[in-house]
Design a protein around this ligand. Structure first.
Ligand SMILES: Nc1ncnc2c1ncn2[C@@H]1O[C@H](COP(=O)(O)OP(=O)(O)O)[C@@H](O)[C@H]1O
Ligand SMILES: [Mg+2]
Length: 220
């Protein structure tokens, strides 16, 4: 069975698609068979990114598709090691189905209170439908100044959830990389790639821990 990792939020623009692509690119570079499933069928942003990526001979291969439903996205799931579900910028009944099926539910947030507040509301809502805290990972994206990290860490800690180590700063190179079908770990700037890599590594550790726990029957 493949690992399933979903990216959800109540708001758009917090970095779901950006982080989903980065996890896909890093996973595929590590020789995993990766499928990136975009559940925002109207925008098709992941599909366009996938087409641009295919033009780049050196880019690791990620199978990308847009799907009307989570169940459609799982159709050929046995062919993959890792299925990454990129959800639309609002919650819906399918959010619960996706979250329940996920080894890790990633909730990206920016460090503004305007984004942190709905992030915590969503985390509470996910817990209420049975997703335990250990399966929830908050990741910090779009940080303009390092001092913003502390604000976000204090806020998420106070709410009792896990903010993964590291963060993604706000950078123009991340946008241009994505415009070219690359990920934020594949920019022209080594230190920006490293910031993105460190965050994706924390996420991979979290996924590995959850997967091991679930296999041993300890996970939830
Ligand atoms: N760290 C960042 N630095 C610069 N631009 C970013 C960063 N993260 C996201 N963006 C840009 O912000 C926009 C929204 O990000 P996206 O990942 O699509 O959010 P979501 O999927 O949550 O709606 C996109 O145009 C993306 O390229
Ligand atoms: Mg998106």
């Amino acid at each position: 069975m493949p690992l399933i990792v979903s990216f959800v939020s109540q708001k758009g623009g917090v970095g779901k698609s950006t982080l989903a692509r980065a996890l896909a690119a890093v996973g595929a570079t590590g020789k995993l068979k990766v499928k990136l499933a975009d559940l925002d069928i109207q925008q098709q942003t992941a599909v366009r990114w996938g087409k641009a990526r295919k033009q780049r001979a050196s880019a690791s291969y990620v199978e990308v598709g847009a799907f009307r439903s989570f169940e459609d996205a799982l159709d050929d799931s046995e062919a993959f090691d890792l299925i990454i579900v990129d959800m639309p910028g609002h919650t819906s009944p399918s959010t619960g189905r996706v979250a329940r099926a996920s080894h890790v539910v990633v909730v990206p947030t920016s460090p503004t209170i305007d984004d942190l507040y709905p992030t915590v509301l969503l985390l509470h809502a996910l817990e209420e439908i049975g997703i335990t805290r250990s399966r929830l990972a908050v990741v910090l994206c779009r940080v303009l100044e390092p001092s913003e990290e502390k604000i976000a860490r204090d806020y998420i800690d106070a709410a009792g959830y896990e903010l993964l180590p590291g963060f993604v700063p706000e950078r123009a190179n991340y946008r241009s990389a994505q415009n070219r079908g690359q990920a934020i770990t594949e920019t022209i700037d080594g230190s920006e790639n490293e910031s993105a890599d460190l965050l994706i590594e924390s996420l991979l550790r979290k996924i590995a821990g959850q997967s091991a726990g679930m296999q041993n029957g300890k996970g939830d």
